[in-house]
Design a protein around this ligand. Structure first.
Ligand SMILES: Cc1cc2nc3c(=O)[nH]c(=O)nc-3n(C[C@H](O)[C@H](O)[C@H](O)COP(=O)(O)OP(=O)(O)OC[C@H]3O[C@@H](n4cnc5c(N)ncnc54)[C@H](O)[C@@H]3O)c2cc1C
Length: 411
């Protein structure tokens, strides 16, 4: 049996970022944190690997420099639907694509360098509340006691369930693959999101990101999101993906005849899900991802920052209720993008994009910005997230609405 102030279950980006934020603000806490990770790193994680400027800004803020990390820089989004495509530049050089095994290993290594005890591979197999904290049982039968438990164990993590907090939002099926990339291809600096799956009754998108394999060779990281968890969904997603790939000849050129699409579950962030309780905080994919772009790493960064602030206050005051956590989460930078993405997101079964989405691929008015250009700037951090609540954002939304609808709304 051993004692700590904080136990973090899961050493992916959310767990590592929480440890990095805590030790940045209170370096002496390093000796009082235990991180349990079930797998040995580097480990593969199915992911697009798109890292936004907001995540980079968080890492810089907690003292992590990314110069030595192998990455592919990206400069823009390309939002496609059928034959329409719209480019939204990021307006800074902060966004990139990374191989998740490399990125996650880099972050966990940084945590170890700060003096945090990381035990891996060692899974937590159960946990319960005690009068003054939490007891966690690991896979070799050791009981670890602490004041606080941070659940950073990912989309299938069990910490949530150990404390009676069922998942609120639906899980969806994502498929991912890698195939060779021509480094000279014209869209090699873009995160391509193709929303054509809607035409097939699928609330999701196909993505094509310039990435690299474990040896550093150029690849396209591609996949499709939005499949329901029902029999036959995997086969259907695969077929839709292949059809969409045909519409991107430059990418298809390098794709092999047969490729393996790997399945993985995902769930959307919901502000109404349980995020904390006495002595317990949940971070990262336990909370979900942005519904529009599927970005989860910004949720990791922002929830890690919010959790670290709550933990520091709790250790100071002795109040471990974490009542302020939800409010802190919705004041984070990812939340305004979530607010934009939600209505844009196409849950209509009508096989056509909803009204707001159709504005996404509409060209800008001369000298004015399209809504996606603003979104791109927010994603990269070139524009502060708070701008969403200002006329700067609201005006172009109103301007892009069709005049007939505007007249009806504002006679
Ligand atoms: C196909 C796909 C594409 C995606 N693309 C992007 C993208 O391009 N950009 C982006 O920002 N996000 C993307 N996401 C989302 C992103 O991958 C996740 O949001 C992110 O990985 C969440 O990090 P995490 O640390 O919460 O969870 P994870 O990365 O899953 O880490 C959780 C860790 O906890 C460990 N663990 C689990 N249970 C236990 C236990 N009992 N004891 C100890 N350890 C345990 C696991 O081994 C794992 O290492 C994508 C997701 C998918 C599925």
């Amino acid at each position: 049996m051993d004692r700590h102030k904080v136990i973090i279950v899961g050493g992916g980006p959310a767990g590592a970022m929480t440890a990095l934020a805590l030790t940045h603000f209170r370096p002496e806490l390093a000796a009082e944190i235990l991180l349990l990770e079930a797998r040995s790193f580097p480990r593969e994680k199915i992911c697009g690997g798109g890292v936004s400027g907001r995540v980079v800004a968080f890492l810089e803020e907690v003292g992590v420099t990314l110069q030595k990390l192998a990455k592919v820089p990206v400069e823009r989004f390309t939002i496609c639907f059928d034959r329409d495509a719209f480019d939204a530049p990021f307006h800074n050089d902060k966004c990139f694509v990374v191989r998740r095994s490399t990125f996650d290993d880099f972050l966990l290594h940084s945590v170890r360098e700060r003096g945090v005890e990381v035990r891996a591979p060692l899974a937590a197999v159960g946990a319960f509340r005690e009068p003054n904290g939490i007891a966690v049982l690991d896979a070799i039968g050791t009981v670890h006691r602490s004041r606080i438990l941070v659940g950073a164990d990912g989309v299938n993590g069990r910490t949530r369930l150990w404390f009676g907090k069922p998942h609120r939002s639906r899980k969806t099926l994502l498929l991912q693959t890698d195939f060779p990339r021509d480094p000279e291809m014209p869209s090699g600096d873009s995160l391509i999101f193709d929303f054509t799956p809607l035409r097939f009754g699928r609330s999701g998108y196909a993505w094509f990101f310039p990435s690299m394999d474990a040896e550093g060779a150029p690849v396209i990281n591609a996949g499709i999101s939005g499949g329901p968890f029902v029999a036959g969904s995997l086969k259907q997603s695969r077929e839709i993906f292949k059809t969409i790939l045909d519409a991107h000849p430059a990418i298809k050129e390098t794709a092999p005849e047969r490729f393996h699409l790997r399945p993985y579950p995902e769930q959307d962030f919901s502000p109404f899900s349980n995020q904390a309780g006495n002595h317990v905080l949940l971070v990262g994919e336990q909370l979900g991802v942005d519904a529009f772009t599927g970005e989860g790493l910004a949720v990791c960064a922002d929830s890690a920052a919010a959790a670290a602030q709550e933990i520091l206050i709790a250790l100071e005051t002795g109040d471990y209720g974490f009542k302020g956590y939800s409010k802190r989460l919705i004041s984070s930078d990812f939340f305004p993008l979530y607010l934009i993405g939600r209505p844009f997101w196409l849950e209509s079964p009508g096989r056509r994009p909803n009204l707001l989405f159709s504005m996404a691929t509409r060209k800008s008015h001369p000298g004015k910005e399209n809504i996606m250009e603003i979104y791109g700037k927010l994603f990269s951090g070139a524009l502060p997230a708070g701008k969403v609540f200002s006329p700067y954002f609201i005006k172009p939304v109103l301007r892009d609405l069709p005049p007939a609808l505007l007249k009806r709304l504002f006679p």
